[in-house]
Design a protein around this ligand. Sequence first.
Ligand code: ZN
Length: 492
Amino acid sequence: MENKFIIYNTMTRRREEFAPLNPPFVGVYVCGPTVYGDAHLGHARAAITFDVLVRYLRYLGYRVRYVRNITDVGHLTNDSDNGDDKILVKAKLEQLEPMEVVQHYTNSYHKNMEQLNNIPPSIEPHASGHIIEQQELIKKILEHGYAYEINGNIYFDVESYNRKYDYGKLSGRKVEELYAATRTLDGQQEKHNPADFALWKKASPEHIMRWTSPWGEGFPGWHLECSCMSQKYLGEVFDIHGGGLDLQFPHHECEIAQSTAAYGHEAVRYWMHNNMITVNGQKMGKSLGNFITLDQLFTGDNEVLEQAYSPMTVRFFILQAHYRSPLDFSNEALKAAERGYERLMSAVETLGKITPSSDGTVNVAELSNKFHEAMNDDMNTCILMSYLFEGVHTINSIAAGKEKIDAQNLIALQKLYHDFVFDVLGLRAESSCGDSKNKEVLGKVLDIVMETRNEAKKNKDWATSDRIRDNLNAAGVKVKDTKDGYEWEILN
Ligand code: ZN
């Protein structure tokens, strides 16, 4: 049995045995959302991937400090140094305060994360709450000669950094190619070099999100917050930094350069990146019309969707793939995940009702080894799922009387499924069938109540008829009279 936890380090491009700097403590930093829009499938995959990482580390006995930030300033629309702040654009569009936009989408992100059963981070720092720390970091980088000021803007000096260190080492890009690729972009004339990126941007007169600084009023560059807040809460060197593959360049490359320029060494020991989700084989994008938010997924309210999918179906779907593999969304795949999830949960329920025999043929140790091996193999949830279903087969055979299990193995099997299904994979029982049953019963009860109301109406007893309607309304059921009877809905 492989009992070392192996993870693929994106920086070294190698599988490495995970060994924390200060066991049993483990620091994990994950790039969180820029809060200017509804969370979508891509957010779900990143959050679930690192949720399972944190869950598994805790299962292994580590004490994890899990930091995931909220980007609420400095992320410009073109991900570069031009364009407007994404939050400011939204605020202007909806005539809101920028911080109203931030609060609204932070709340909805939290709601979605809770629906997906993701554990909240230990610390969730906001970029806007760490402006002073970000300015201090800029001062360090300036002092060390890796940044320069022009017209109230501070740019990171890639060329001078690259003379001593290696800019592009995470993404494998070469500085010369970056120069060539970015040279043609407009509006970057004031930079020494097109590959340089902003640490601090001067605020134009109409820019609302602004702070005073030694270089005039402005706001921090997007990449700066993660260097700053990861090291503030996890230390100058910490264990794991995670995020989506789309953040590898330029975001994480810039983070590495900033931290190294400030401290003379890298901050992160293991870099982990989850792969992207495509929709019916295409990259997901607003302009492509295949953009699916989590709220839409859970309600079915999107043209791409043939039905609603529950949060646990979505979680199961994401966990069926290895986090470094691409994953394609389709209605077929989601429906298959729904069936798979239900089969697994029903087996777990069955497992709780099995009575042991005095002797048995089932050996749980072997299955347990397989579960651990799969997770230790760079969190291979895909393989883990196949072993879980191997066990489901066994559980169902025991329940059908085809196989026997003794008491000791039964307890071990119950604990194993509890640990891996609920604690490690973070699945939970959804009472979807319970919900529809409740709705059915409620419908019958309403028929009885409405019959009484119809009689009152027939007798022109308007007081009783209105009272029934109002009381139902107060109880959270909205009743609407229609030509052929009535319609009802539960108010939220
Ligand atoms: Zn980040």
